[in-house]
Design a protein around this ligand. Structure first.
Ligand code: HEC
Length: 179
């Protein structure tokens, strides 16, 4: 008990000082904080920055999907590397790729998203998985797909994977042992 007393006293003192000093809940950054010299400009949101599709991918997709599209089993993020293009070979797959929340709810414009998807599906991420007959997405198509939210994501995805199996396409999405 005696060992705790100085600590308790210090705590009461600290709380008293906080309440007396500030008088309101402290928010960070505080109302009087200023940027460091040379750092005054606000960061440009990715949507307004005019970056190339691969940079947009790094900014809003790679956090989950990783830069090379490997995904993350531990976080249930599927592997897109050398696999994602196979969705284009089954009925409903083309629509699904844009309607998943990570894509449809990103900050990008329809045109930026169309470019991003077209880049991704013809880049090292999709590898050879994209069929030769792939027709690039247009901004209009992306706009329509985004307007229809996807409920039942897992169920829809499972149906598409089954359609792939039916076409002898091996499921290499990195989630095979999902419970
Ligand atoms: C917060 C994590 C996260 C972010 C950010 C994210 N995704 Fe995803 N993505 C997922 C998960 C998880 C799935 C699996 C389906 C689902 O549950 O939404 C997925 C599925 C996909 C799919 C369908 C492929 C499949 O195997 O299901 C595509 C294509 C895709 N994402 C592209 C993107 C793109 C492009 C971006 C950036 C604009 C992005 N994602 C951002 C987590 C994310």
């Amino acid at each position: 008990m005696t060992g705790r007393t100085p600590f308790a006293a210090a705590l009461v003192l600290a709380m008293g000082l906080l309440m007396a000093g500030a008088g309101f809940a402290q928010s960070l950054p505080g109302p009087h904080n200023r940027p460091a010299p040379g750092n005054e400009a606000q960061a440009t949101p990715p949507r307004d920055a005019g970056y190339r599709p691969q940079v947009n991918y790094q900014l809003e997709c790679s956090g989950c999907h990783r830069v090379d599209g490997q995904g993350s089993r531990a976080n249930d993020v599927p592997r897109m590397k050398d696999f994602v293009g196979h969705f284009l070979e089954v009925e409903g797959g083309r629509e699904f790729l844009v309607r998943v929340p990570g894509v449809s709810q990103s900050s990008f414009t329809d045109a930026q998203l169309a470019s991003l998807m077209n880049w991704m599906l013809t880049s090292h991420i999709a590898g050879d998985s994209t069929p030769d007959h792939f027709v690039p997405y247009t901004a209009e198509e992306v706009a329509d797909l985004r307007a229809t939210p996807l409920d039942e994501i897992d169920t829809t995805r499972d149906v598409l994977l089954q359609r792939m199996r039916d076409q002898q396409i091996a499921i290499r999405d990195g989630l095979a042992d999902r419970p």
